[in-house]
Every structure is written in structure tokens, then in C-alpha cells.
Write a new protein. Structure first.
Length: 369
């Protein structure tokens, strides 16, 4: 597969620029286009961008994911996304409301939407991919521009990426980089070593906590734990995450050694801001997966293969995996790490998290015992 980026720094800048509200330039075999994140789009930047509408031969459009398009009853011709034409009376609020479900009640008459059927959707797809990597709402404004305009904008400092003849990923593949490690004493006199790995695309950091003295000749008791600010730090009753983390640490202490992989993939990979948006939607009666869909995300946006990559860097070959999630088991199938046993991780069921756990069992196959 062709590398999507010439340099890792290039992708970091593009993700950062979208977060700051700046557009990026992407070129495919057909031509160039400006991509704006709709979440960070401002009225001022839209006004500046509108001057390009008149000089392009290709219509600008909004791109949203399949799940968001289904909610808005927009036709989908590009499998996993919809490219929606801008209406003649397009407004800043129309663009924002198309992307953000929190505005659905404020702007209920956005449609009907007219989706683009023909043309290449590669630029649209990479726009969604970048927004997800930035943990922004997965929606972008795409404005085709001619080559002369692209050159002028590059001189002004906008980043340019040529994706011609490249494989368009849904997620960016990367190898973890070990940044640092150090010893951390735990309660009960147990020692641990914390190693920090960094994602070179988004700069997210993930932590490997090696507890006790590991015997690599035996399967190592291992827990893949995705960060949960509300559960791990605030001890929220809404989920079982904090309870699972504490239970996993105690289970490892019981057998004298093991590994906790603490992955910064908050909210099943959508980030804390989007997770709070999902919580707000759940207040209206939606479950955790339905809320994700309204935001435009999939059920689970995590890259669970990170776990196997980090374990390989640590020299681990065989594990006993503490999990109730079949997706975590599946994430090791094409890796160099062999799962000897899947061990259940029983957390406390409360009135507050009972429905959440039942939904996970019903819709994502979690094995609750």
C-alpha cells in the first residue's frame, strides 16, 4: 500500500490545521479542493471561501458519513458517505446544522438534500478520515479549486497533499513509537513500569503498565483498556469502565504480574468532546450506539490493533486476555501475539449502568457473565 503521507509531520500539520479552523488542500487525479472541518468552520472563513464558488467548474459540497446521512434522509451513492450539494440559499447555519445533531431541533427544515451521484469521492473520504483523526465531528466542506488558485494558496502557507494513485484508508495505519519509560510504585508494595508510546499521526499517547516481574516464557495476563475520563477519573456510574480497570489491576496483582495497556481512545475512539455530545443525545432516550450514529460515527471507532503492536514492541508473544469484548479478541487475529485464554472481567452492575451493559451485549456481542 502506498504511504498516504510523504512525512509524518505533514499529517500532523493537516490534523492541527483542521482543528484550528484552517482549510487544507487535497489533490486527486481530477483536480484540487479545499477541505474545511465543519465543526471548526467560522463565518469569516466561509465568507473568504465563497469567492472560490464562482470560479470553480465543479460544485462545492458538504460531505457527511453514512450514519449521519441516514438520519437526515440524504441519498447515499458513495457507500460509506454522502456528498451533498449546497443549496442556492445556503447559509452558515445550514452547513453547521447538517453536521451537528445538537442543532437538529433549531433547524428542522434543512432538507430535502440533494446528493451527488457522479464523480470521484476520494477527496470527500479523506476529508472524513482527517476529521475523525482530529476527533472532530465527521463532516467537511469541500470546495473544488483550479490549479492556479491551489498554487496561490500554497504560497500563503496552506498544506497541500496529492492523493493520486494512493490507497484511500478509512483509518491511518501507524507503528507505535516508544518515547519514554520509568518505574512507578503501586499500592501494596507492588512495582510497575510505565512505558509511553506515541501515535506519529495524531500524537496521541498510549501507556503500557507492566506490573510485577514478567515471565515471558508464560502467557502474560493482559488488559486492553480504553481511556474513560468519566469512569476512570470521575467514577461515573453510567459505565463500568472504572470498575473494570480497578478489577483488572487487582487480578494482575493476584497472579503477581501482568500488563495494562491504557489506550487513549476515549468514547470508543471519538474523543471526550464527542462523547459528551453523545451523552447529551442519550438524555433524549437514545442508547450509546444510536447517539454515535446521530453524530456520524460508527458503533466503535477505535483501532484495537494498537494493543498487539505495543505488546510486540514489549517482546510479548502470548497472553491471557482479560476482556468481555469479542472485538478485542479479533484484533489479535492477524498479529504476532497469540491469545491462549480469554478471561472474563466481571464488573459491578448498578441501576445506572444496567441498560448500558445490556445494550453492549445486544448490539456489540459483549460476553457478560
Amino acid at each position: 500500500m502506498n504511504s498516504y503521507f510523504k512525512k509524518e509531520a505533514h499529517s500532523i500539520r493537516q490534523i492541527s490545521d483542521l482543528k484550528f479552523g484552517m482549510p487544507i488542500i487535497v489533490e486527486d487525479a481530477v483536480g484540487n479542493a479545499l477541505i474545511f472541518s465543519i465543526e471548526t468552520l467560522t463565518r469569516e472563513s466561509l465568507e473568504r471561501a465563497e469567492k472560490f464558488f464562482a470560479i470553480t467548474k465543479v460544485e462545492p459540497y458538504v460531505v457527511i458519513t453514512r450514519n449521519r446521512a441516514n438520519l437526515l434522509k440524504a441519498r447515499i451513492y458513495d457507500n460509506d458517505l454522502a456528498r451533498i450539494k449546497l443549496p442556492k440559499k445556503m447559509s452558515f447555519n445550514w452547513i453547521k446544522a447538517t453536521a451537528d445533531p445538537s442543532l437538529d431541533l433549531d433547524y428542522p427544515m434543512k432538507g430535502p438534500y440533494e446528493s451527488l451521484r457522479h464523480g470521484n469521492s476520494d477527496i470527500a473520504r479523506i476529508g472524513i478520515c482527517y476529521c475523525k483523526e482530529a476527533q472532530l465531528l465527521p463532516a467537511a466542506l469541500v470546495i473544488p479549486i483550479n490549479e492556479v488558485t491551489a498554487k496561490e494558496l500554497k504560497k500563503e502557507g496552506l498544506l497541500h497533499q496529492n492523493i493520486s494513485n494512493s490507497t484511500i484508508p478509512k483509518k491511518f495505519d501507524w507503528q507505535p513509537k516508544l518515547i519514554s519509560s520509568g518505574h512507578v510504585p503501586l499500592s501494596d508494595g507492588v512495582s510497575s513500569k510505565v512505558s509511553v508510546f506515541r501515535d506519529p499521526i495524531s500524537l496521541s499517547e498510549h501507556y503500557a503498565v507492566e506490573i510485577g516481574i514478567l515471565d515471558y516464557s508464560l502467557p502474560i495476563l493482559t488488559r486492553l483498556h480504553s481511556a474513560c475520563f468519566t469512569g476512570d477519573i470521575l467514577h461515573s456510574l453510567k459505565c463500568d469502565c472504572g470498575d473494570q480497570l480497578n478489577t483488572a489491576i487487582e487480578r494482575i496483582k493476584e497472579v503477581k504480574s501482568g500488563i495494562i495497556l491504557y489506550l487513549n481512545q476515549e468514547g470508543r475512539g471519538i474523543g471526550l468532546a464527542n462523547k459528551m455530545r453523545a451523552y447529551k443525545l442519550q438524555e433524549s432516550g437514545l442508547d450509546t450506539f444510536e447517539a454515535n450514529h446521530q453524530l456520524g460515527f460508527e458503533d466503535d471507532e477505535r483501532d484495537l490493533s494498537i494493543g498487539a503492536k505495543i505488546l510486540k514492541e514489549l517482546g510479548v508473544k502470548r497472553i491471557n486476555l482479560l476482556t468481555n469484548n469479542p472485538l478485542k479478541v479479533k484484533s489479535f487475529e492477524n498479529s504476532d501475539i497469540k491469545i491462549i485464554n480469554r478471561l472474563p472481567l466481571v464488573a459491578q452492575i448498578t441501576n445506572e449502568n444496567k441498560l448500558y451493559l445490556e445494550i453492549k451485549k445486544e448490539k456489540s456481542g459483549h460476553i457478560l457473565v
